[in-house]
Design a protein around this ligand. Structure first.
Ligand code: KG4
Ligand code: ZN
Length: 361
């Protein structure tokens, strides 16, 4: 297995992401510079099915990854010899796609004699705000809202994540996607719902705020989704009003649950949001207001770092190298080339199972 032998202070990490429907490659330096990156969405392939089809995703990753790695390395004018470690998402996610990325990373690590870093996709999201905001220090309160996850975490350091809350049923991104499907807005749904909501009245449709007011900060969105279904079926409302009212209900749930987390586990110096739903402007604005109310610093990564990307995976690799006190003379071995892809991989292994939340990690 390889060891890191680069002579400069800030290591360069090649990152690979393939856990869902984005194939992505990035080269990131430990000082926070994104040297080069590429991302290919599979929206067109999955759109006819209204969601991600795992087999199609895995095949598309396999076709695109190798040429993409070559292109990114070429754009950066670097060879594998210049890279200090190879990082790839090793889970959680759609296992076929994860395996494509991880196997490629293992092959590169072996061929170039560099350390392999098997990165938890959620850790990529959790640390991405520090790539965007160099002054963001640990600890921070993280709202991780994506298509597969909806969690509140106390991020205490690299590798130190305490899960304070998770969803007992659907993730918020999933609820956005289902609302989009019900309103026939196509896939992916989040941005489409956000766009339509701009034209609607957020107070027009009465919708529930599941778990609002409960002391434990967990989330639930299944009831909201069913209520949207009933509102659509009733034919009594404009689609834009349904979209706006759904978004409003979702945002109120987020704020209420974060208030509960702050009450039970706070205070925190900073509030951070990550994951695909963090791209939503109404969500961001509400979080910014909440942070101001509690005198917390607020960080939201730029949109391109919120949705799935490889820069966050490479950055998580940089963070791990830094945490390992990586240096030219410290022969950090990285993860085993036998590391097995994990369809499920909770960030906080100590977190207690929450009813209905098993598949969400
Ligand atoms: O983090 P991400 O790219 O992939 C996962 O790891 O799941 O998140 C994708 C999710 C999708 O459910 C998508 O609909 C949602 O993030 N999303 C949004 C917006 N952009 C993406 N949800 C609401 N508003 C948006 N603007
Ligand atoms: Zn993600």
């Amino acid at each position: 297995m390889g060891s890191a032998t680069h002579t400069s202070e800030a290591p360069i990490v090649l990152g690979i992401e393939s856990s869902c429907d984005e194939t992505a490659v990035a080269l990131v330096r430990g000082d926070g510079t994104i040297i080069a990156q590429a991302i290919a969405s599979q929206e067109a392939e999955h759109a006819p099915y209204g969601g991600v089809v795992p087999e199609i995703a895995a095949r598309a990753h396999a076709e695109r990854l190798a040429p993409m790695i070559e292109r990114v390395m070429g754009e950066a004018g670097l060879t594998l010899g210049d890279v200090d470690a190879i990082a790839a998402t090793a889970g959680p996610g759609l296992i076929g796609g994860v395996m494509v990325g991880l196997v490629s990373a293992k092959a590169l690590a072996m061929a170039a004699d560099k350390p392999l870093l098997a990165v938890n996709h959620l850790e990529g999201h959790a640390l991405s705000p520090r790539l965007a905001d160099a002054d963001l220090a640990f600890p921070y309160l993280l709202l991780l809202v994506s298509g597969g996850h909806c969690q509140i975490l106390a991020v205490e350091g690299v590798g130190q994540y305490r899960r304070l809350a998770t969803t007992i049923d659907d993730a918020l991104g999933e609820a956005f996607d289902k609302t989009a499907k019900l309103l026939r807005l196509g896939y992916p749904g989040g941005p489409a719902v956000e766009r339509l909501a701009l034209e609607g009245n957020p107070k027009a449709v009465p919708l529930p705020r599941p778990l609002k007011g409960s002391a434990e900060p967990h989330f639930s969105f299944a009831g909201l989704k069913s209520a949207v279904l009933r509102a659509v079926d009733s034919g009594a409302h404009q689609p834009a009003d349904i979209a706006a009212s759904f978004q409003q209900a979702a945002v109120e749930c987020l704020i209420d649950r974060l208030e509960a987390a702050l009450t039970s586990a706070g205070p925190f110096p900073a509030l951070v949001v990550a994951g695909g739903v963090a791209a939503n402007k109404t969500v961001r604005a509400a979080l910014e207001t909440l942070a101001a109310k509690h005198a917390m610093r607020f960080t939201a990564p730029p949109l391109a770092l919120c949705t799935d990307n490889a820069a966050m995976i490479a950055w998580a690799g940089c963070e791990r190298l830094a945490a390992e006190s990586w240096a030219a003379d410290n022969h950090f071995a990285g993860d085993s080339l036998d590391f097995v892809a994990r369809p499920r991989w909770p960030l906080d292994p100590e977190a207690e199972a929450v009813r209905g939340a098993g598949v969400k990690g």
